[in-house]
Design a protein around this ligand. Structure first.
Ligand code: FES
Length: 141
């Protein structure tokens, strides 16, 4: 593990559940790594494959997506559609030479502040272990 490496992590979270988890963490004074950059989306099902791939092309070392738990999506099945999309994106990024686990999908509910913090911390530690996005290194040469 490179101790000097601070990963750039993009965290897409749905407006209804994932964001509530982050707010709950804040309300309970639970801290998550400051290099995790949160982006709120209305529903994870509205995220496009292109937007997520763009994050990697633009240098993100990892991407987490948090949606509502099964049965709780406010748009019926956006969370399931996104989970399936992530499976496809894993195979695309692998074909680009990135580790498939540079993207995670996790269910985080409103009120699950600890789960939100545990997810960000675990993911941050994992990305630190595997190192920088190889696409970034290729574009620097
Ligand atoms: S509204 Fe939360 S994942 Fe759809």
């Amino acid at each position: 593990m490179n101790k000097n490496f601070t990963p750039k992590i993009i965290y897409f979270m749905c407006n209804w559940c994932g964001t509530g988890g982050a707010e709950s963490a804040s309300a309970h004074h639970l801290y998550y790594p400051e290099n995790v950059l949160p982006y709120r989306v209305n529903c994870t099902g509205s995220l496009s494959t292109v937007l997520i791939l763009r994050a990697f092309i633009d240098g993100a070392d990892g991407v987490i997506i948090s949606g509502c738990h099964p049965g709780d999506c406010h748009y019926e099945d956006g969370n399931f559609r996104e989970r399936k999309r992530v499976a496809t994106i894993k195979s695309i990024i692998e074909s680009l030479g990135l580790e498939e686990d540079r993207i995670w999908f996790r269910y985080v509910a409103h009120g699950e502040g600890k789960r939100f913090v545990d997810t960000t911390t675990e993911f941050n530690d994992y990305i630190k272990k595997i190192g920088p996005n190889p696409l970034k290194e290729r574009s620097d040469t």
